[in-house]
Design a protein around this ligand. Structure first.
Ligand code: PGA
Length: 251
């Protein structure tokens, strides 16, 4: 089963439209045939980036989305709105959403469902904190995030997603998980999904790694068969670094 590699740049709360323009312009690389590239600017910059990506293969993603379609939800953005913006991917359950905005597995489950209804590719983020890792809770925490996040979803739905393993302790910290640590968890996620659904799903679904991905560690990460892509944050704000990450060379 060929799982197409995917590189997703998460700009987080950076790059207002004026700066987003400059960064998008600097992403002058051609997307290699064997990989998919997505960038996730903040909501207010989606429009300008979308216009600039016209005719190019780089896809547009959103960093978050609310699970109701419209109504009195001051400050929120719906799937309907994002579909009009030309978004194809949406990050769901990023650890910053979970930690800072107290997003629960139940809300994440609702978001995944609405994202699928709108035919987005949900990028479902899971990962353990440092405390959880040190307490040997990694597997348990991730299993719970997966079980509750995927509650009520059919195999055919789950196959449309990308799972992102993002250890919280590695995000923005400069401390990348070693390729070995990442592979261990990716393998565990596959084994767990095989139990939750079946072996076929576990072999077909893409599982990507995020957490201080940089030009100097991407080749090693991408040389592991269990790692189907990367989700850089900080490094995606630098055109040269992101270009190098997109052009990774598996060792
Ligand atoms: P980082 O962020 O690459 O800056 O660690 C990754 C992420 O949070 O998606």
């Amino acid at each position: 089963m060929l799982r197409k590699k995917i590189i997703i740049g998460n700009w987080k709360m950076n790059k207002p439209p004026s700066k987003a323009k400059i960064l998008t312009k600097a992403l002058s690389f051609a997307v290699p045939e064997d990989r998919e590239v997505v960038i996730c600017p903040p909501f207010v910059s989606l429009d300008v980036v979308k216009k600039m990506l016209k005719g190019r293969k780089i896809k547009l993603g959103a960093q978050n989305m609310y699970f109701e379609e419209s109504g009195a939800y001051t400050g929120e953005i719906s799937a309907l709105m994002l579909s009009e913006m030309g978004v194809s991917h949406v990050l769901v359950g990023h650890s910053e959403r979970r930690a800072i905005f107290h997003e629960t597995n139940k809300e994440i489950n609702k978001k995944l469902k609405i994202a699928l209804e709108y035919k987005f590719t949900p990028v479902f983020c899971v990962g353990e904190s440092l405390e959880e890792r040190e307490g040997h809770m990694t597997e348990k925490v991730i299993e719970r995030q997966l079980r509750e996040g995927l509650d009520g979803l059919k195999k055919s739905d789950v196959l449309k997603m990308v799972i992102a393993y993002e250890p919280v302790w590695a995000i923005g910290s400069g401390q990348t998980a070693t390729a070995k640590q990442a592979v261990e968890v990716h393998k565990h996620i596959r084994a767990f999904l095989s139990r939750l659904y079946d072996k076929e799903l576990s072999e077909e679904i893409r599982i990507i790694y995020g957490g201080s991905v940089k030009p100097d560690n991407v080749d090693e990460l991408m040389s592991k068969p269990d790692i189907d892509g990367v989700l850089p944050g900080g490094a995606s704000l630098d055109a040269a670094k992101f270009t190098r990450i997109v052009g990774f060379k598996a060792k």
